[in-house]
Design a protein around this ligand. Sequence first.
Ligand code: IPM
Ligand code: MN
Length: 365
Amino acid sequence: MKKKIVILPGDGIGKEVTAEGKKVLEKIAELFDHQFEFDEAQIGHDAIEASGNPLPNETLAKLKNCDAILFGAVGHPKYDNDPTLKVRPEQGLLKMRKELGLYANLRPIKLFDELLKASSIKAEILKGSDILFFRELTGDVYFGEKGRKDDGNTAFDLMIYQRYEVERIAHKAFQAARTRKKKVTSVDKANVLESSRLWRQVVTEIGKLYPDVELEHQFVDSAAMKLIQNPRSFDVVVTGNLFGDILTDEASQIAGSMGMLASASVGDTVGLYEPIHGSAHDITGKGIANPLASILSVALMLDISFGLKEESETIIKAVEQTLKAGYRTTDIADSHTDKNKILNTSNMGSLVVEKLEKVTSAQAV
Ligand code: IPM
Ligand code: MN
């Protein structure tokens, strides 16, 4: 198979982790006889420094002309505490999502058994959890009208959803539930918000087209509590952009660490694959970032964008074996971890690549 992949390292640890994702793609190409052609482009703070634009036209042109995107992260501490800066790294990410029509953000929360102890939640509560989030990605307060009035003393962000936006993400969630445990939990705040009442109404209507799938509605505050109280009670969760952003960070604890969670953003055209963690400037340059979320994002890319199920599963198995052998990055290490098996970013990536070879040769016999 011949595919063109654009790598967008972005800011902070984005560069470090996408380098490992790329290593894995190169090895997969070699082992399964595919041709992956790579290109790279700038986004975020780096792009602002270079051209004043967090999503340069040149980058966008490359993205519109490729088969899949591997993205790192955007962000820089300089902007976090300075609201006066008008051009911000995150704008590049949001514009990219909008321009490419990436309206569905899939965030699978699956715990590798080996990491049961890495989470701050009790193992007996977590064991067997397997949740697939569908976070709507191109609507909500993220894209509603925003501004200031009264000499800057009043600020607003409009929470807005249109029927078609809810319909298309709901369809995706129900279709996915059919391949899983056939349950969809729709999360909103319909007791307070009009946009949530539309959300609930539309999801209910779409649900009638999938009578084999159970649909339940939860308010976001209660869902936040139930997620860590009884994560096994969820299968597919569908929710808006803001609630999905918050709930998936919370749910990352079910998977042991933010450093483990991959995501896929899809819509009508190209797919974008990225860890859910951010640029993490506190650890940037130290070589200790966990590359597994980026590597697992590659697994999602192969499966969802290219239909390469076997290759995708090979990556997941290689990650599993790496963990089983006791290797950890610092974020997923615990008091039982052998100190000699705590790896830096690049060594963790190389070890997964080594395991890829072992998994493939074992499958061949
Ligand atoms: C995410 C991030 C982004 C978001 C930021 C960086 C704009 O937190 O992908 O979850 O809020 O969507
Ligand atoms: Mn987030």
